[in-house]
Ligand binder design. Structure first.
Ligand code: HEC
Length: 126
């Protein structure tokens, strides 16, 4: 009798295992079905170029060396954040996109020029 009581739990183990497997099976199925029922949202439109995601870094790396406060060309145009760009947008566009005289001694890639143009065209979003 005592032996039977002791073996009571271990003999049930396969039942628990089977239930666990069944649960996992059902769970994975319902998850798959849920994914099938919920179609992916439509593709997001390509993200817009913003000051935060692109232009700030561009001005920082390509212009600040000469145009940051205290630098050589700061007297001509000082790069000091977004407002320093918006307030001088006409001159910047002329120098970078039209004359391509800036960045002095360097150049922007075609992709950078395209993104910068797009940013100006979208009215310089933050
Ligand atoms: C190597 C230094 C250097 C770098 C880098 C540089 N500039 Fe300049 N920038 C100058 C100098 C010097 C002048 C003044 C002489 C001239 O116009 O060539 C100037 C002039 C300007 C002007 C005034 C143009 C005008 O006559 O109205 C603007 C605007 C300007 N830079 C914007 C930029 C921008 C935007 C960048 C980055 C894409 C940049 N610069 C990169 C040195 C630099």
């Amino acid at each position: 009798m005592k032996i039977k009581l002791k073996t009571g739990w271990p003999t049930r183990t396969p039942v628990y295992l089977a239930l666990t497997l069944l649960y996992l099976l059902l769970f994975s199925c319902s998850k798959r079905q849920a994914a099938e029922m919920k179609p992916e949202p439509p593709e997001k439109p390509t993200s817009t170029v913003t000051y935060a995601n692109f232009t700030q870094a561009l001005f920082q790396t390509k212009c600040a060396g000469c145009h940051a406060p205290g630098r050589g060309a700061a007297a001509i145009w000082t790069f000091n954040g977004l407002s320093s760009v918006t307030s001088s947008q006409t001159r910047i566009k002329q120098a970078v996109l039209v004359n391509k005289s800036m960045p002095r001694g360097g150049s922007l890639s075609a992709a950078e020029l395209k993104s910068l143009q797009e940013w100006f065209d979208n009215n310089m979003p933050e």
